[in-house]
Design a protein around this ligand. Sequence first.
Ligand code: AKG
Length: 353
Amino acid sequence: MAVPAHAKAEFDVNGFTVLRGCYPAGLMRSLRPPAMDSASAAALLADTELSKRVCFAHPVGNADASASPSSSPSSRVPNKLEQCSMLPGGFGRLWSDLACNGGLREAAESLLGGPAVILKDKYVFKQRGGPGFTPHQDLAYGWHRLARRAVTAHIAFDEAGPGNSALQVVRGCHSGGLVLGPDGPERELPGGFVASLPFEYVRLCPGDVLWFDALVPHRSDANTSDSPRAVYYVSFAAVSDLLPRLRPHPALPAEALAVRTEHAEPGGDVAKAPTGAGAGSLEAYSAYYDYYWRWTGDEGGFAADWAGTDGSLVSLAPVADADARAAMAARAWELFRAHGEPIDLVPGCKAPA
Ligand SMILES: O=C(O)CCC(=O)C(=O)O
């Protein structure tokens, strides 16, 4: 998927760009996973392996609640599925036909200015009552343990606008690093910082792709309309800014980086079947989900000991002090290269008042 020069320029300045009509509406209709009616939701949630590993749910009728381990499966509706490579049926086709078709990675590489590998994928589908997402920078939610730079393709299945909880982003706010509250990363953006941000809705049509930098603050409302809003997200990390142990070996032939085009069976290991066109090496993707599933825990709650300011984080300096931030980020990067593992340089890093 080629990224026109004007879109790349816009991405560099704003942190995001919209590529209109990347996928024909007919293709989007054929790739759309079946709607989650209560019977299919119940079937998914009844599968102990899948419900434990891939399903986020919220209590019916409570649009503001996030994952709640205490709700019984029968009272929960999935609205976000992670790691589609291991999902059956229509969800697996998102992985095989979109994430792995090579075009997305090509676009990610032009936006990142060099080789990229897949880091994460998820399907977010909000019917009436689907919850909002609080303001955050994606990089702060575990990605920073593996990568310093990443971009995400937000592929629209539906028309999206303010009425049905379209994504809201902040323009030109992606070059200041991570903004951390007193509790560190993997927490919400600090309220004082968020209050100053001019969020704007991104209006999309089916087949449009919104590309955004992993540092762009974004959020969404609960969907209070009768118009569903479904999105497939695929995120790529820049190889040059990846933990060294996760970088593909430069001598590997291109085919070795390719991943299979057919989805794995539930519980299967996609990394063992490297055939098909490429989303790039799966090392980073596997490492990310190894972490992610431990962090989110068996019950969908977040494990405190896998979050926050532990010693394995790559942290950036506070956004307020540009010189200090640049110096510390440079030093962090130097140590990061030397040690090949994340280093916590800025413990207790605080957001600007
Ligand atoms: O699609 C949405 O409503 C927001 C999803 C999001 O920001 C996330 O999953 O990190």
